[in-house]
Design a protein around this ligand. Structure first.
Ligand SMILES: [Zn+2]
Length: 351
């Protein structure tokens, strides 16, 4: 049974989920030749019963299937908590408890094509529109549970990015607490708003648009840019021009436009990563598939309310180089492609 472990002194936590070590891998180097992909059409009985299905219009063929994760990091279990040990007394102002508690939540997988060989950039505009609407509905349904404080939607594309199955899919999971990285951002946003009476992310976008040197693309309602503080080579964000905290409540027009934008941008990104790999590691070309993560940053819930200071966004993070010893030791990353250069490579197709 997965569990959260917390250290109240450092405000850090970890999910311990040993069952996930048993999940199957379909990467070329790990998969046995007899491997049957559970996400392909025809193999539906290999997954748990779906929680949602979307069909191609006018057909009986599913376009999207959402199923409970067979190897979940969180489960809809009964809540329990216990103290592992305490380093200071309860009366200390800096009490330090190491605790464990049930990792309560839902963890589902969104299978995004019935076809095995479709990667994100090849799904097409109509499918991406289906997906953005589906994501919004799914996030809303996860937040219907009042105990949920944060919902994380994400995609691991390629084995280097952590995908255990190469068949295109995303994952969504809910947490009964706000993760420290999100809480820290919220605290900073509140401080900025109190001091300036302005919204931080609105100001950042304004400056980025004025400078233009990291802007990849703009549409009527979105800005695509490589952030100044790109942690990883090729990191690219998509933000709504009009700051709002909750992607799940965006209008049909906004979700349609986002679907078109993601379809177009991910193809462009994948082509760029393929070309970059061809240039930098020609020996690996045959086996190369672009690896990247997509992190959907969405507002948490605070006492059931959506914090208006937050700005939802999509962070797309290619895995061009590994997280290594320096990163583990210092928390800093070394980005081998300046974001200004990566933006130029993307818009000039110079890979
Ligand atoms: Zn498959």
């Amino acid at each position: 049974m997965p569990e959260f472990r917390f250290n109240s002194f450092s405000c850090t936590g970890v999910i311990v989920a040993g069952e996930r070590a048993k999940r199957p891998f379909s990467s070329p180097c790990n998969a046995p030749t007899s491997f049957i992909c559970p996400f392909c059409k025809g193999n539906e009985e290999q997954t748990p019963s779906p929680t949602d299905i979307v069909y191609y219009s006018g057909t009986s063929q599913w376009a999207l299937r959402c199923v409970p994760n067979r190897y979940p990091a969180v489960t809809p279990s009964a809540y329990w908590a216990e103290l592992e040990y305490q380093l200071s007394s309860e009366t200390d102002s800096h009490n330090c408890n190491l605790t464990r508690q049930a990792a309560c939540g839902r963890h589902e997988v969104i299978i995004e094509s019935p076809e095995h060989d479709k990667r994100c950039g090849l799904l097409g505009e109509e499918q991406w529109k289906r997906m953005t609407h589906f994501y919004a509905g799914k996030i809303r349904s996860f937040y219907n549970d009042e105990s949920v404080r944060y919902v994380q939607l994400f995609k691991n594309q390629g084995i280097v990015a952590g995908a255990s199955l190469e068949h295109v899919h995303s994952q969504i999971l809910s947490l009964p607490m706000i993760p420290p990285i999100v809480q820290n951002e919220l605290d900073n946003l509140r401080r900025y708003a109190n001091q300036t009476k302005r919204l931080y992310w609105t100001d950042v976008l304004k400056k980025e648009l004025q400078s233009g040197k990291r802007i990849v693309e703009t549409t009527e309602n979105y800005v695509v840019f490589c952030p100044f503080l790109s942690r990883f080579a090729g990191e690219t964000w998509i933000m709504p021009r009009q700051q709002r905290p909750d992607m799940e409540n965006a209008s049909k027009v906004l979700l349609d436009e986002l679907g078109s934008l993601l379809s177009r941008f991910l193809l462009r990104l994948e082509n760029a990563l393929i070309a970059f790999n061809r240039q930098s590691a020609p020996a690996n070309c045959e086996q190369f598939t672009p690896s990247y993560n997509i992190v959907y940053r969405n507002a948490p819930r605070i006492n059931g309310k959506i914090p208006e200071l937050y700005s939802w966004r999509i962070e797309i993070i290619p895995r061009i180089n590994a997280i290594a010893g320096f990163e583990l030791g210092t928390g800093y990353t070394i980005n081998i492609i300046p974001p200004e250069d990566f933006r130029n490579m993307l818009i000039n197709n110079k890979f």
